[in-house]
Write a protein that binds this ligand. Structure first.
Ligand code: GRF
Length: 200
């Protein structure tokens, strides 16, 4: 499985995939390229440290979103990518990319979907006062955080939590289920039947 990882920031989920490939937990998979829409994203640094091509594609240098996405598609094609990971990529992926990679784009979201979609999900959950939250790995469709769910993991919200301590507890689980989903995909064990993802 030839993987591209799209990032915008610190890249700890990217790191968890790199580490789990290097350790042999994820087999028959290779990260061919990391693409960022933010020039100084630390994720790019992490990629370079592991000898992975790291590409900054600047959205501001394109006239519109389709043009920006076509450039990313070009990079994906160059590397013969068959799986795209969104690891803290802060943009909504548009039609151009989604239609080229149906059920081949996986996102990690820091809440139990369909609750708390969108930005700052941990803070949304904390402020809402839920007593459990967690994280979700899912295939990406044209909606925002709406695609078929692959794995979820829950964590408790504790009495003395802040949004930040909750986010840290969730992140720990993200670093487990994101690589687990990649492993299942690479082994051909995920079958999408409508909204339902069957683990075969
Ligand atoms: C994570 O919380 C992820 O769930 C969300 O964005 C954050 C990215 O963190 N989509 P990192 O860049 O992987 O460290």
């Amino acid at each position: 499985t030839k993987i591209a990882v799209l990032v915008s920031g610190r890249g700890s989920n990217l790191q968890s995939v790199i580490d789990n490939i290097e350790s042999g937990y994820i087999r028959d998979a290779e990260i061919k390229v990391v693409i960022s829409d933010v020039g100084d994203a630390y994720a790019l640094e992490r990629a370079r440290k592991h000898g992975i091509p790291a590409v900054f594609t600047d959205p501001l240098s394109f006239e519109n979103k389709p043009a920006f996405e076509l450039e990313i598609l070009k990079t994906l094609k160059e590397h013969n990518i068959d799986l795209i990971l969104l690891a803290g990529y802060m943009r909504i992926v548009g039609k151009e990319i989604i239609s080229a990679y149906p059920n081949r784009i996986i996102n990690i979201h820091p809440a139990l979907l369909p609750a708390f979609k969108g930005l700052h999900a941990q803070q949304q959950a904390f402020k809402y006062g839920v007593k459990v939250s967690g994280c979700t790995v899912h295939f990406v469709d044209e909606g925002m955080d709406t695609g078929p769910i692959i794995i979820q993991k829950c964590v408790p919200v504790l009495e003395d939590d802040t949004a930040d301590t909750l986010a840290a507890r969730i992140l720990e689980q993200e670093h487990k289920i994101f690589p687990e989903a990649v492993k299942l995909f690479a082994e051909g064990k995920l079958k999408v039947e409508g909204r339902i993802v069957v683990h075969t």
